[in-house]
Design a protein around this ligand. Structure first.
Ligand SMILES: *[C@@H]1O[C@H](CO)[C@@H](O)[C@H](O)[C@H]1NC(C)=O
Ligand SMILES: *[C@@H]1O[C@H](CO)[C@@H](O)[C@H](O)[C@H]1NC(C)=O
Ligand SMILES: *[C@@H]1O[C@H](CO)[C@@H](O)[C@H](O)[C@H]1NC(C)=O
Length: 223
C-alpha cells in the first residue's frame, strides 16, 4: 500500500508543491543595483544584512539627478540609530532611526505571479528556479506596490520592483549573494563614530528596506 502511495506521488509530482511566501536567510552579504524608472537614480551597493541583530550596512555609489554620490550607512534598528560614515575624513554623523526593522521576506498576503527558470533548464548549472510575487504595502501616507522575485530554493532575493506615486518605479537587483556575514565588522560602528552627536532631523524615516536604497532620506522625499 505504502509503495503504491509513493508511486502515485512520483507520478503526480508530490514534490511539485505550490510555492509559499518565504523569509530570506537571516544573514546575507552581497551586492545590489538600484535604478529608478525616472532615471534620477542609478546606484550599486554592497550590503551586509543581519536580521537577527536587525542591522544593515550599505556602501553605495551612483548618481542621483546627474550628480555622483557615495554613501556609507550603518543602520542599527535595535538601538534606533543610523550612522553615516565617511572613512576618508574619519567623520561620522548619527541620526535617529525610528522605523521598525523589516526583514527581507515575501509578505504572507503576497500573490504568486508565477514560477520560472532564469537562464536555462537544459543543463546543470545553467539556470535557477525562481518565484515571483506581487502585492501591496500600506505605508505611512501612501500605498506601495511591489513585485519580488526570490529563488525557490533558499528564498534568496533576486529582484524587487517597488512603486509609490512619489517615487515611481524603483528596481533593485541582487547579485553575488552569499549566505552569512562575509565581514561581521561592517556591522559595528567604527571607533571614530563613538563621539558622533545625535543629529535631529525631521522628515520620514525609511519605512521599508527598499526606501533605503536611495541616496538619502531627503533625496528620497524629493523623488
Ligand atoms: C542628465 O544628463 C543628460 C545628458 O548629459 C541629460 O540629457 C539629462 O536631461 C540630465 N538629467 C537631469 C535630470 O538633469
Ligand atoms: C571631507 O573632507 C573634504 C576635504 O578635506 C571636504 O571637502 C569634505 O566636505 C569633507 N566631507 C565631509 C562629509 O565632511
Ligand atoms: C497585505 O498586507 C499589508 C500589510 O502587511 C497591507 O498593507 C496590504 O494592503 C495587504 N494586501 C495586499 C494585497 O498586499
Amino acid at each position: 500500500m505504502r509503495v503504491l502511495v509513493v508511486l502515485a506521488c512520483l507520478l503526480v509530482g508530490c514534490l511539485a508543491q505550490r510555492p509559499r511566501p518565504c523569509r530570506s536567510p537571516p544573514l546575507l552579504t552581497g551586492s545590489l543595483s538600484v535604478y529608478t524608472a525616472s532615471e534620477k537614480l542609478t546606484a550599486i551597493a554592497r550590503y551586509t544584512y543581519d536580521a537577527l541583530g536587525q542591522r544593515i550596512r550599505l556602501i553605495e555609489s551612483g548618481s542621483f539627478k546627474n550628480k555622483t554620490f557615495h554613501i556609507d550607512v550603518l543602520l542599527l534598528y535595535r538601538q534606533g540609530v543610523a550612522y553615516k560614515i565617511n572613512y576618508r575624513n574619519r567623520t561620522c554623523s548619527k541620526k535617529t532611526l525610528s522605523s521598525a526593522f523589516h526583514p527581507l521576506a515575501i509578505p504572507r498576503n503576497a500573490s504568486l505571479q508565477g514560477q520560472a527558470v532564469l537562464g536555462s533548464s537544459s543543463g546543470p548549472g545553467q539556470g535557477v528556479l525562481v518565484n515571483t510575487w506581487v502585492g501591496e504595502l500600506k505605508m505611512k501616507s501612501r500605498t506601495a506596490k511591489y513585485m519580488s522575485t526570490v529563488t525557490e530554493f533558499g528564498c534568496v532575493p533576486v529582484s524587487t520592483l517597488f512603486h509609490t506615486d512619489k517615487t515611481g518605479w524603483i528596481v533593485a537587483s541582487f547579485f553575488n549573494n552569499v549566505i552569512g556575514l562575509a565581514n561581521p565588522e561592517l556591522l559595528i560602528p567604527p571607533a571614530f563614530c563613538e563621539n558622533a552627536q545625535l543629529e535631529n532631523e525631521d522628515g520620514e524615516d525609511p519605512v521599508t528596506f527598499f526606501s533605503m536604497f536611495v541616496k538619502d532620506k531627503a533625496a528620497f522625499s524629493e523623488m
